[in-house]
Ligand binder design. Structure first.
Ligand code: NAD
Length: 479
């Protein structure tokens, strides 16, 4: 089965009730009725014919005898009342032409979920991750680690976490005595990722680590080695790779939906402030815009194509005298060359107003996400030639909490003993490429990305970088 099939399967999983066959989805997608199909997938309702609008006759109309509606209602059908993995079915009340709600979530009972310790209670942890756990089905927060006890106790009370499960950075290693904690989620400044991953693995815990994985390829390798030695899983939190729009673009690229992809243009820029923040300290952040937000351009292109760049060429600059950029760069603009011939243009910047988008340009059309890398509200457009006209379509998918999807993938890997889709090797490869980008900007010359090497039985062996998805685990199932 190829990847677009898998994607369609995933869509049709929520769409089993919809009666849109995979064949009709693909045909519709090819002729440009993506928006209709995507809407059908999100509503879970049949389009009635291939790619066309749902027949109105299917909708329950006002004035129909209520017994007819009730008789057809799923609520009246026998339900599996014991299996919590089956959604609770509710009686339909909206017309088939309308966007439907549901299915109801299927959370695991709390005592069966994988327990997490969150390390570092800053913006990402408190604004995004802690709330996202409420949408997780397989994961729960059971412990906190922070250097600020007052803040930590407040958060512990807010989320019902026991005071006994609150640790400082000094007592972090005592997590090994807390059997409730299976995974440590590291949400610290970049320079601290390596140390806390290695100590966490030694404490016998699996590790979910925020991006960028670390500040150097050597640190990344040490993290991988420590987790391997402790027989623990290591995943890098690349949320974009667990997000449905990017997944759909990936499947369209891999299946040559609009012919061969020739080039991809990506931009991830924002205006940052507060020179005292760790993001502007080279020792803590490792770099400026590139490892923080430019990484999304780099990692997403690798994810969409499955290919690994063989060469990069970069420019870097910072506004002279700007206190933010005494130690780290303001902007990097770079190109990457891939084995298939794809050449990409990427831009990251810390000093201009927010833009987070990409466009994949293929022989017969383009696919664009704008925004592409935001936490929510992603928007997708496609354009392709149709005889003398150009068709432009908007594709709309149901919203998914990217953080919950990513965290539940880690839990699924722990529960089923699988390699994460974005393991440590994926983060290490990004780090190698970023090091090549910085080298190119410094020397003013194109820089070859070295072939990856990985340890095999005490030796090092080259890994062929022309293999697709060289550094990823198996594709996430429909989680
Ligand atoms: P933040 O500054 O808001 O939080 C960092 C936390 O680390 C704070 O609670 C701070 O007190 C603590 N900390 C411990 N030691 C510190 C030290 N020596 N200096 C400074 N802070 C220290 O940062 P954030 O935005 O939450 O980012 C945390 C990590 O998450 C980073 O690696 C970042 O790249 C990553 N991140 C990922 C995403 C994503 O979408 N996946 C988004 C934002 C941040």
């Amino acid at each position: 089965m190829n990847s677009i099939d898998e994607w369609v399967d995933q869509l049709l999983h929520t769409n089993e009730r919809a009666g849109v066959s995979r064949k009709s989805f693909l045909r519709a997608a090819a002729v440009g009725t993506m928006s209709t199909i995507a809407a059908a997938c999100s509503t879970g309702k049949s389009t009635g014919k291939k790619g066309g609008p749902a027949p109105v006759s299917e909708a329950p109309t006002a004035g129909q005898p209520s017994s007819e509606t009730v008789a057809a209602s799923p609520a009246m059908k026998p339900q599996n009342t014991t299996n919590p993995e089956q959604p609770v079915k509710l009686e339909q009340w909206k017309a088939a032409t309308e966007r439907q709600s549901g299915p109801t979530p299927t959370p695991m009972p709390p005592d069966k979920r994988v327990g997490y310790a969150i390390v570092g209670l800053g913006h990402l942890a408190l604004e995004e991750l802690m709330p996202a756990f409420a949408q997780c089905k397989k994961s729960k927060v059971v412990a906190l680690v922070s250097g600020n006890p007052e803040k930590m106790l407040k958060v512990a009370r807010q989320y019902g976490i026991s005071e006994k499960s609150c640790y400082s950075y000094a007592t972090y290693d005592r997590l090994k005595d807390n059997p409730e904690v299976q995974v440590i989620y590291i949400v610290l400044p970049n320079s601290m990722h390596a140390e806390y991953t290695i100590r966490g693995a030694k404490a016998g815990k699996h590790i979910l680590c925020e991006k960028p994985m670390a500040n150097s390829a050597a640190e990344c390798q040490a993290m991988i080695d420590a987790c391997r030695k402790a027989n623990r899983k290591l995943m890098v939190a690349y949320r974009i790779q667990y997000e449905p729009y990017n997944r759909l673009v990936r499947d369209m690229v891999r299946s040559n939906q609009f012919g061969k992809t020739k080039t991809i243009e990506t931009v991830n820029v924002q205006n940052s402030d507060n020179p005292a923040h760790w993001r502007f300290k080279k020792k803590l952040a490792g770099g400026g815009a590139l490892p923080d937000i430019g990484l999304y351009c780099l990692n997403t292109i690798r994810y969409l194509t499955g290919e690994e760049p063989t060469e990069v060429f970069a420019y870097q600059s910072s506004t002279p005298g700007d206190p933010r950029f005494k130690e780290v760069e303001e902007m990097v603009s770079w190109q990457m060359r891939f084995p298939s011939g794809i050449i990409t243009n990427c831009l990251t910047h810390y000093g201009v107003h927010e833009t987070r988008r990409y466009r994949v340009m293929a022989e017969r059309g383009w696919i664009g996400l704008d925004p592409a890398f935001s936490y929510s509200g992603l928007k997708m457009d496609v354009a392709f030639a149709e005889k003398k006209a150009e068709r432009r379509e908007n594709v709309s998918l149901p919203d998914v909490n990217q953080f919950a999807a990513e965290i539940d993938h880690m839990s699924e890997c722990v529960l089923t003993d699988r390699v994460p889709f974005t393991p440590g090797e994926e983060g290490l490869q990004d780090q190698r490429i970023m090091e090549a980008i910085y080298k190119s900007a410094k020397t003013g010359r194109p820089v070859k990305v070295p072939s990856a090497v990985k340890a095999t039985r005490g030796r090092t062996a080259s890994v062929a970088t022309n293999k697709l998805d060289q550094f990823r685990g198996p594709l996430p199932k429909n989680e």
